[in-house]
Design a protein around this ligand. Structure first.
Ligand SMILES: Cc1cc2nc3c(=O)[nH]c(=O)nc-3n(C[C@H](O)[C@H](O)[C@H](O)COP(=O)(O)OP(=O)(O)OC[C@H]3O[C@@H](n4cnc5c(N)ncnc54)[C@H](O)[C@@H]3O)c2cc1C
Ligand SMILES: NC(=O)c1ccc[n+]([C@@H]2O[C@H](COP(=O)([O-])OP(=O)(O)OC[C@H]3O[C@@H](n4cnc5c(N)ncnc54)[C@H](OP(=O)(O)O)[C@@H]3O)[C@@H](O)[C@H]2O)c1
Length: 388
């Protein structure tokens, strides 16, 4: 197979793709809303490898944009040139707020400006209290709970012009999603496994910009979704004869669906071992039928599952690793690749600790020797992570 011609589309010029399928993976009663999305990249010239991610440039909710326009007493047609965007010509306020700037995550600089501009003494005093030296923690907590519209609503006497507001805002950045399909099987589609972000702060319902853009605001087949492929070092073993251990709880399972599709498609002779976990087996077993079918056909050798909320005590993927330490070590000592995807803050760290412990115990190494062994696995691209 020759190298494909480069696509005309990239991060700076995303392809206007269509979502052709948007289906719930989590079942009724789940604490989560996890969706399977199929993005058509037909006609884009975009290509991808198992392990790559899809970049998605979202738009904000029209009702959130409308609320900000109301608070600014603006129509949306006002020309603005947001400092952060360094534009050569102004754009309309509505375009800036819908497609270019983030409506969440206000900065200390905005609180400073509001405190200078507020004319109401009570508002001024509240703002000043947030800015006194030593109030850093309160200020950080306040900013985390507030979006731009909340600040304009809570401090109405500090009237900002549209240009003043946009000069305090940050760029609306694209989000990355691990690709959950192999291009050998789906050359004109990209599959995604997306946890839809919905939560409350400051007594208000919030929506993650990009996950709800794809889940709620894109009409399947019609609304274009700007996308690009983000090339990654993450990917299945280059040698198809190598065994492959994949640890992917929650949406971390996404790239491993791609790895397994790919390895089955190329007839890889190395064995596959999947560790998956989520809250409850009945509602959160993402792609259950596919995994069970792979197991049945012996296309994956092992599937170890950890349901954290099906019993009193939490069971996590690293507990399943520990229970199978001897066999896991035999795979690793035999040259298997070890791959981890999902939560960076807690899961990936705990899985790393478990891996070191298993290498030390089963490989009869000192802690220092185990650290050196795992370091070498990384150097050899035998331990790769895609965590967020
Ligand atoms: C390489 C990579 C791969 C990824 N792959 C996937 C994937 O396969 N599937 C997937 O679903 N995601 C994936 N992500 C995460 C994804 O990029 C987005 O970050 C995620 O979808 C949230 O984006 P959003 O725009 O919907 O939410 P945003 O608008 O960015 O909001 C998220 C923010 O909301 C706040 N927040 C969220 N929940 C709460 C809460 N309960 N309380 C208070 N504040 C809260 C936090 O500040 C959080 O940072 C990946 C990220 C990376 C970097
Ligand atoms: N900002 C937020 O508040 C927030 C909330 C959720 C997810 N996220 C982001 O979204 C990503 C994907 O979320 P997701 O819903 O797919 O899955 P997830 O939140 O990573 O949960 C998947 C499974 O991992 C378990 N888990 C929790 N802590 C763990 C640990 N230390 N080690 C191993 N497993 C652990 C969870 O159990 P329990 O939950 O039962 O403990 C659950 O069973 C996360 O990685 C995170 O970056 C953000």
């Amino acid at each position: 197979m020759g190298t494909p011609a480069p696509s005309a589309y990239s991060k700076d010029r995303p392809f206007p793709a269509r979502i052709t399928e948007n289906r719930l993976l989590s079942r009724a009663g789940s604490g989560k809303e996890t969706r399977h999305l199929v993005v058509s990249i037909a006609g884009s010239g975009l290509t991808y490898k198992a392990g790559d991610s899809l970049g998605v440039q979202p738009s904000s909710r029209p009702e959130d944009v409308g609320a900000l326009l109301g608070l600014l007493r603006a129509t949306g047609e006002e020309p603005v040139s947001p400092a952060m965007l360094k534009l050569s010509a102004p754009i309309t306020l509505r375009e800036a707020l819908t497609n270019r700037l983030a409506l969440a995550g206000p900065t200390t600089k905005l609180v400073n400006t509001l405190s200078v501009k507020a004319t109401d003494p009570t508002e001024k005093a509240r703002l000043a209290a947030l800015l006194v030296p030593g109030a850093n923690e309160q200020l950080a907590a306040f900013l985390a709970e507030h979006e731009y519209a909340d600040l304009l609503a809570e401090f109405p006497s500090a009237r900002l012009t549209p240009q003043e507001l946009v000069d305090h805002m940050r760029k609306l950045m694209p989000r990355l999603y691990s690709i959950a399909s192999s291009s050998r099987v789906f050359p004109t589609e990209v599959h995604l496994t997306v946890a839809i972000v919905r939560y409350q702060t400051n007594g208000l319902q919030r929506s993650g910009v990009c996950s709800t853009f794809m889940a709620d605001r894109v009409q399947a087949g019609t609304t274009p979704v700007p996308v690009f492929v983000s090339d990654s070092h993450f990917g299945p073993p280059k040698d198809p004869a190598r065994d492959c251990i994949m640890v992917g709880p929650g949406t971390g399972i996404a790239p491993f669906r791609a790895f397994v599709q790919e390895r089955v498609a190329v007839g890889a002779t190395g064995r596959n071992w999947v560790f998956f976990g989520d809250q409850k087996r009945a509602t959160d077993f993402l792609y259950e039928e596919e995994w069970l079918a792979y197991l049945e056909r012996k296309q994956i050798a092992r599937l170890d599952l950890a349901w954290s909320r099906d019993q009193l005590l939490k069971v996590y993927v690293q507990d399943r690793m520990r229970e199978n330490a001897a066999e896991l070590w035999s795979w690793i000592a035999g040259g298997a690749g070890f791959f981890v995807c999902g939560d960076a803050k807690r899961m990936a760290k705990d899985v790393d600790v478990a891996l070191h412990a298993i290498v030390a115990e089963q490989g009869k190494m000192t802690p220092q020797e185990a650290i050196a062994y795992v370091k070498q696995m990384k150097k050899d691209d035998r331990y790769l992570r895609d965590v967020y």
